[in-house]
Design a protein around this ligand. Structure first.
Ligand code: HEC
Ligand code: HEC
Length: 605
């Protein structure tokens, strides 16, 4: 057993693991969980890329050594351990920068030093272990918090197994003379990474696609496919024409992306995508040292910095950026990336079979492009969650009810911390300009939600919430309502119990009942309580006439005071009558006095 080579393979797995589950995945979820806005998120990710590119260049400039690799892995471990605490802006930018720098430094050093430690088979093995590990069900399905700690553990293991510089031996060089040019290959890999990141991001954020490809039952298969494909790529690089790998990877990724557009073909995506990704990833990490035809280590370092800077950072940032606004990978993009891959390969050197490949592949693309382009359907609840995220509701609304605090009386008990941590993404939010929304589905009817989105000020005088009327021009508003209406339903029963137990503190009513009524009730019940307010027409069952009745929910009797207080505070569950949860007990007493007064004076109205 070649121990140094084995250590190198573990090291590759650790660095890929950090990249895959942390930098590309859980880090982004954690920023969102910390309540950081979308604009800030972009700034953080941009700083991360700057950190990655500049640190890669720095390492190449100072001369790659295992010292830099060690430093990078320690910094990587620290950043992933700290990431779960992210919620303030300058701090998040700093961690993002350091995480990028660690990744940039680690990848460039590793790719340059690898050839001293192992052969191409081990590169394939290491890539396979890295990807396979990240796709194991318990890793893949962990919460972002746990994934950050797993990444921390991985980088520490990587740090431990770095071979000592003196131990390194020079193994046979496998360089073939079939690839001449380096820069065209940078283009090729950029196109591949771009296509891969876009496809992956889209698949992971469209739940039906995810269910058909990365569902629980597929994870073991995906892990195995990644593992085997990377090892085969390692063998292939050792003996065959290496340029076939990027072409093969592109074909697999292109077909996988096209297959996402229809639910009958989505299963192919699950099979082809992992193979394509593993193949090019193994090639990517091996390329600088083995296939870039560098003269010496220094030059390998520079080529690694250029390749990972452009293909890695630029390619993946653009892929994810593009995917955030799309639901499928557009056909034109698949064709364009194919054209880049093929022309890049052609630029590298001679050969006519490649022309045939160009024609053949283009044909495949157009054939597949004709596939019925029906969009994979998605549950409105999932789509609504995406609207919630993309509209930045999290900047004003939390979904976190502090246990055993006054929050619980106002909004009901929230999900437990363990439940919250399994949410993907976590939507706790740390700003509370508006009410907490953990249980909004138990508190507001869908008609109320819609009218409130269209015109918040009609219900809450002086509300700072902007109108979202535009969301109803294209169905997004209805999805958002489906999502909100579902929030807290599993806690409905306990909420009803809590409402039954609640008693207002007996305080004297003040004289401001009328004023409070015009502010909170008149929009529906009308200023005089006849059930004819401005918003009344929007409700299927009109607001009750509080003057003449009929009083279905608040019939006269000895419980009347209690009933009215509860109706005012919590609304009437299952009807359009909303609660006024944040009013003080005294305001409730004043409103109740006013409502009772209205009933005494039917004759005068
Ligand atoms: C600028 C801050 C701000 C933004 C952005 C914002 N809201 Fe609000 N929201 C508020 C405030 C303040 C209130 C309380 C006053 C009111 O009811 O209008 C509120 C109230 C609500 C309510 C009623 C809650 C209750 O218990 O009565 C819902 C539901 C709601 N917002 C949902 C959303 C959603 C969904 C989004 C994103 C599409 C959003 N808000 C964006 C500030 C905001
Ligand atoms: C969004 C519109 C809306 C607002 C705002 C609203 N209500 Fe209502 N209210 C209704 C509707 C609709 C009903 C009828 C519910 C049903 O029977 O389906 C109702 C019913 C009631 C009832 C029960 C009457 C009965 O049948 O016994 C009372 C009491 C009441 N509201 C008081 C108030 C008070 C007080 C306020 C202000 C703090 C208020 N409502 C604010 C819409 C509203």
């Amino acid at each position: 057993m070649n121990l140094i080579a084995l250590r190198a393979a573990i090291l590759i797995a650790a660095v890929y693991g950090y990249f895959l589950i942390f930098a590309q995945f859980s880090f982004i979820e954690l920023i969102r969980a910390g309540g950081i806005s979308q604009t800030s998120e972009k700034i953080i990710l941009a700083t991360m890329a700057i950190g990655g590119i500049s640190c890669g260049v720095f390492v190449a400039w100072r001369g790659v050594s295992s010292y830099w690799l060690k430093t990078a892995l320690i910094v990587a471990a620290i950043t992933s351990a700290l990431a779960p605490t992210l919620c303030h802006m300058p701090y998040a930018v700093l961690i993002g920068f350091l995480a990028g720098a660690a990744l940039g430094g680690a990848t460039v050093s590793l790719a340059t030093l690898l050839k001293d430690w192992c052969g191409l088979f081990w590169v394939g093995l290491g890539t396979g272990i890295g990807y396979g590990f990240c796709n194991l069900p318990w890793v893949f399905q962990s919460s972002p918090y746990q994934q950050a700690y797993i990444a921390c553990g991985l980088t520490l293991i990587g740090w431990l197994v770095i071979p000592k510089p003196t131990e390194s031996e020079n193994l046979t060089e496998y360089t073939t003379d079939q690839t001449r040019n380096f820069w065209p290959m940078v283009l090729v890999f950029t196109a591949l990474v771009w296509l891969d990141s876009a496809a992956f991001f889209i698949i992971q954020h469209v739940s039906e696609m995810k269910a058909g490809t990365w569902g629980t039952e597929h994870l073991w298969r995906n892990a195995a496919l990644h593992f085997i494909a990377a090892i085969l790529a390692g063998f292939w690089m050792k003996r065959e024409n290496v340029r076939i790998l990027p072409i093969a990877a592109w074909i697999l990724l292109a077909v996988a992306s096209l297959a996402t557009t229809h639910s009958s073909t989505i299963a192919f995506t699950g099979w082809l995508y992992p193979i394509g990704v593993s193949i090019y990833s193994a090639a990517l990490i091996a390329w600088p040292a083995w296939f870039s035809h560098a003269k010496n280590k220094k030059q390998i370092g520079w080529r690694a910095a250029a390749l990972f800077g452009i293909a890695g950072w630029f390619g993946s940032a653009n892929g994810i950026g593009m995917a955030q606004t799309l639901e499928t990978v557009p056909n034109w993009f698949i064709v364009a990336s194919g054209a880049i891959v093929i022309s890049g390969i052609l630029l590298t050197k001679n050969g006519s079979w490649r022309i045939a490949a160009v024609i053949g592949l283009t044909l495949i693309v157009f054939q597949l492009g004709n596939l019925n382009h029906k969009k994979v359907s998605e549950s409105p609840i999932e789509l609504g969650k995406q609207v919630y995220l993309s509209e930045g509701c999290i900047n004003c609304h939390s979904q976190y009810i502090r246990p055993n605090s006054s929050d619980e009386i106002i909004w009901g008990k929230g999900p437990s911390m363990d439940e919250i941590k399994t949410q993907q993404p976590v939507l706790i939010g740390n700003r509370r300009q508006g009410p907490d929304l953990s249980n909004i589905g138990t508190r507001r009817s869908s008609t109320w939600l819609k009218q409130h989105f269209i015109n918040p000020q009609a219900f809450a005088v002086g509300s700072s919430m902007p109108s979202y009327a535009h969301l109803f021009e294209d169905g997004r508003g209805d999805d958002l309502i489906a999502y909100l209406s579902n929030l807290g339903l599993e806690r409905y029963a306990s909420r009803l119990e809590q409402m039954a137990e609640w008693q207002p503190n007996e305080t004297k009513a003040k004289n401001n009942g009328n004023e409070l009524f015009s502010k909170h009730c008149a929009s529906c019940h009308g200023t005089a309580g006849h059930g004819d307010g401005l918003m009344a027409a929007h409700f299927q069952k009109p607001p009750a006439n509080l003057v003449v009745g009929p009083f279905i929910w608040s019939a006269a009797g000895d419980q009347l005071n209690d009933k009215l207080a509860k109706i005012i505070k919590f609304g009437i569950p299952g009807t359009e009558m909303p609660g006024h949860e944040t009013l003080s007990d005294q305001d409730i007493a004043s409103l109740r006095a006013h409502v009772l007064d209205l009933r005494k004076a039917p004759a005068s109205n």
